[in-house]
Design a protein around this ligand. Sequence first.
Ligand code: GDP
Length: 196
Amino acid sequence: PLFRHAEFYTTVNHLRDLPQTTGVEVAFVGRSNAGKSSAINTLVGKGRFAFTSKTPGRTQHINFFQLGENRFMVDLPGYGYARVPLSVRQHWAHLLGTYLQTRAALYGMILIMDIRRPLTQLDLQMLEWFAQTDKTVHILLTKADKLSRSKVHAVLAEIEQFLATNYSGHTVQAFSSLTKEGTQEAAELLQSWFDK
Ligand code: GDP
């Protein structure tokens, strides 16, 4: 792992509590259960750093992890869990929407999708939200260990085609928290964002 010195920084439940950080932030976002917490844990090389969700959709707060001076990884609440009440979903949309649109320190987003179920309707909605911010987006297709090599390549090619057509500039890669496939590639990309 590239980010050995990662430390928990703060947890935020309301916009007024967002920390006054300067520097670079990279936000991690994805459907509940897609594998976001596992991906963060894999990238920072700690077993249970970002808490993997026992109750999907329950955590509605934003977790900040500090990776170095003025460098933050921001774990946004997962979306798409059906059994979340409307009021909670609205709170989430407001928190996330405002964060994405107003956060000057935000450099880019890592969108996590389960490689077996990429580009769901909510993921597409998320890409549209991102597009309004002009920030960089990288997609991690995680749980790549669940598919054959040929299937992984087929899905990757499909998503690359989709991005080239709709969101040129966005990038995508396969990833697995189980086998660590793609860890180096993702860590190097993050590093390059932090170094910008
Ligand atoms: P989150 O809700 O997006 O944070 O998802 P989690 O990281 O909690 O993962 C959801 C479930 O998928 C858990 O049971 C994980 O063990 C499993 N999982 C996450 N990443 C991988 C992966 O790369 N490979 C496999 N096989 N399972 C994974």
